[in-house]
Design a protein around this ligand. Structure first.
Ligand code: MG
Length: 235
């Protein structure tokens, strides 16, 4: 028996971990044009993640305007445009892949596997993903901000499997554990494996399954052999 499809989480899995200091620096860059103190702006961003991740705040300019107002600032058009551009530039710096990510996807495709991406993300990734080098390598992309639901909502896992035209039991799910995704995938019949790379400990991730008792990979490239031989997956 082998798998028919592999589903990857995006942040901290296909991309490197993001330490808290990066979020602070990014918050500073979009706070500056708005004249909002960095700590207050970072808090507004963090606290609104549940809304932004289900697409409840609209496009990026509208999101920034709403958050600025929550901070007591009504930005002019120029400040809003500058903050929006800064935010998008910062986010795009996070859409950079691990050294072995694209090669791993190419090898899996050569082996005949279908590839899915399932991400809890905000509008910035949804707008940018079609332009990333990842795009031609994946068969299905399911994003929380477009679906209006977040991991571990069972429907997200079922949907990506449906889009891959693959029963959930034939899917291997790989993620760093954010949003209780490994338990969520397992509950839908997938085989879930944690990516516990060298930078795993420094990630500032949301609701991560740090005590995941199941199997893990230390690099993405290990997925290739395991996808063809599930006996290689052991806790
Ligand atoms: Mg993640």
């Amino acid at each position: 028996m082998s798998f028919s499809a592999v589903i990857f989480d995006f942040f901290g899995t296909l991309t490197p971990s993001t330490p808290s200091g990066i979020w602070d620096e990014h918050a500073a860059r979009s706070a500056a044009p708005l004249g909002i103190p960095v700590e207050q702006w970072r808090r507004a961003l963090d606290e609104s993640f549940p809304e932004r991740a289900v697409g409840a705040m609209g496009d990026l300019p509208r999101t920034i305007r709403t958050l600025a107002r929550r901070c007591g600032v009504d930005p002019g058009d120029e400040a809003l445009a500058a903050a929006t551009a800064a935010r998008l530039a910062c986010q795009r710096e996070l859409f950079v892949f691990r050294d072995d990510a694209l090669e791993t996807l190419e090898r899996l495709r050569r082996d005949g596997l279908r590839i899915g991406v399932l991400s809890d993300c905000t509008i910035e990734l949804a707008e940018t993903l079609p332009t990333l080098p990842l795009a031609p390598l994946v068969d299905a992309v399911v994003l929380s901000c477009q679906e209006g639901r977040r991991k571990p909502d069972p429907e997200l896992f079922r949907q990506v499997a449906r889009e891959l035209d693959t029963p959930t039991g034939d899917c291997l799910y790989v993620g760093d554990g954010g949003g209780d995704e490994l338990s969520g995938a397992t509950a839908q019949g997938m085989t879930a494996v944690m990516l516990r790379a060298g930078d795993w400990a420094i990630n500032d991730a949301h609701a991560r399954e740090d005590s995941w008792p199941g199997p893990f990979f230390s690099t993405l490239s290990h997925v290739v052999a395991a996808a063809g031989d599930p006996a290689l997956i052991t806790a």
